[in-house]
Ligand binder design. Structure first.
Ligand code: 5AD
Ligand code: SF4
Length: 431
């Protein structure tokens, strides 16, 4: 979502007469997009502000903060980071040009609402990739998991009209994009005020109806993230089964394998419910890659409860897992609980889970050895000038030997080597 907001900020600025500078060393204005989901990211953003100000000395640029930290801290940021000249909250992305003009005269901030969610076209040149586009479908969160700051920084769930989403997808197709990611904090909680647009399409929920409607545009590859377990309906799997262009990847964060911890986190489901979703996903006609998130060291998590998480991870066969050490966020209900798990114990649990996942993942990856996968060649590999890089339909990174003329195309690749988080192979031809 932050990458998408940065694209929108850059696009809006350029439409308003600003130009993108080659680096922070020469820019007149520097905007840092911030994340507040864990304390580390927040501290890093503030450090970066002072670093930039210091490195430019008397030539210091106007520095602005946008994103979640900006929204949560607002005006207080002028005290925490004295070099900040303006603060643009999560709803103010499209008003940054006006903010900059005001900030030239003195410090200023805007924590107002987004005028209408994600309206207007993005300049394609400001998308993070010329082949893969992010399409926001829902913003905000109503779930209030006890550890999470997002409902406070992004506000309540607001779904974008399906007609607007479909219009953007068709326009991306015409611009030559080959893959889109429908994005939102909880995509499968999609519930627009007016459920019009995809009437022709069946679906047990507005989200699965939207998936079928988006699939009908003919966009070659459609991915979506993140899904929320409580709102996960088996009809999503059915929609994937019916449409080849709905990609075989689901990101479904479980957070913990202990029912007591899940309750304390206020996730609204039990381990058995999650396993039911996993079984529906594993029962699909195509193999669907399942990835997840886990928090270790939530307040009060015992060693035995952590072992429950290890058992769940062993059972689910996740093809990728993001593991986080619990970080107390001011203003959330969990921050009032005693942070009982020592930092060293959090680190132990983190490493133990990471090791378990690495070995499980290697076993899963072995299935790919010698297999043919379809990769959207997104560009040249950063490591070697002879290699291209891209993702499979199941969202695995693949680096491969192939010609530069393949960039932007969907390529058949034979996998001949496994790395810890990616595959390596050789191009067999273009689809
Ligand atoms: N501490 C640690 N991890 C967190 N996440 C969200 N809030 C916190 C927190 N306070 C993790 C969750 C979520 C992912 C995006 O970040 O696992 O799924
Ligand atoms: Fe945070 Fe929970 Fe909402 Fe995800 S569902 S954004 S973890 S409150």
């Amino acid at each position: 979502m932050n990458v998408s907001d940065s694209e929108r900020a850059a696009s809006t600025l350029c439409k308003n007469g600003f130009k993108l500078a080659p680096s922070t060393d020469s820019a007149d204005v520097v905007i840092i997009n911030t994340c507040s989901v864990r304390e580390k990211a927040e501290r890093k953003a503030l450090r970066r502000v002072e670093e930039i100000a210091r490195s430019r000395g008397a030539e210091a640029p106007l520095i602005g903060l946008m994103g979640c930290v900006a929204q949560l801290e607002g005006e207080a940021l002028f005290d925490y980071a004295p070099s900040v000249g303006f603060v643009a909250g999560t709803g103010a992305t499209e008003r940054i040009p006006q903010l900059i003009r005001k900030a030239v005269a003195g410090k200023t901030f805007d924590l107002g609402e987004r005028r209408s969610p994600f309206e207007g076209d993005l300049e394609p040149a400001f998308r993070h990739s010329a082949r893969v586009a992010f399409v926001p479908i829902i913003e905000g969160c109503n779930k209030f998991c006890t550890y999470c700051i997002v409902p406070y920084s992004r506000g309540r769930e607001r779904s974008r009209a399906a007609t607007e989403i479909l219009r953007e997808v068709r326009s991306l197709l015409a611009q030559g994009f080959k893959e889109i990611h429908l994005i939102g904090q909880n995509v499968n909680s999609y519930r627009p005020k007016y459920d019009g647009g995809p009437e022709k399409f069946p679906g047990a929920t507005p989200f699965s109806r939207l998936l079928r409607a988006v699939a009908s545009t003919g966009m070659p590859r459609i991915k979506f993230t993140t899904s929320f377990p409580r709102d996960f309906h088996a009809d999503i799997v059915k929609a994937i089964d019916e449409n080849e262009n709905l990609c075989n990847w689901v990101h479904l964060p479980v957070q913990s394998g202990s029912d007591r911890v899940l309750r304390a986190m206020r996730r609204g489901y039990k381990v058995v419910d999650f396993i039911r979703h996993v079984e529906a996903i594993k029962g699909a006609r195509r193999r669907i890659s399942l990835t997840s998130d886990i928090i270790v060291g939530f307040p009060g998590e015992t060693r035995e409860e952590f072992e429950d998480t290890r058992r769940l991870v062993e059972r689910c066969g996740f093809e990728g897992l993001y593991i986080f050490k619990y970080s107390a966020r001011r203003g959330t209900p969990a921050a009032k609980l005693a942070d009982t798990v020592e930092e060293s114990e959090k680190t132990d649990r983190f490493q133990s889970l990471e090791k378990l996942q690495a070995s499980a993942q290697q076993k899963i990856y072995t299935d790919f050895l010698g297999a043919e996968v379809l990769v959207l060649a997104e560009g040249l590999s950063a490591r070697s000038a002879d290699d291209l890089t891209g993702h499979t339909t199941c969202n695995k990174v693949v680096n491969f030997r192939g010609g530069r003329d393949m960039v932007g195309k969907i390529v058949r690749v034979r996998v001949d080597e496994l790395k810890s988080h990616s595959l390596y192979g050789e191009a067999l031809g273009v689809l």
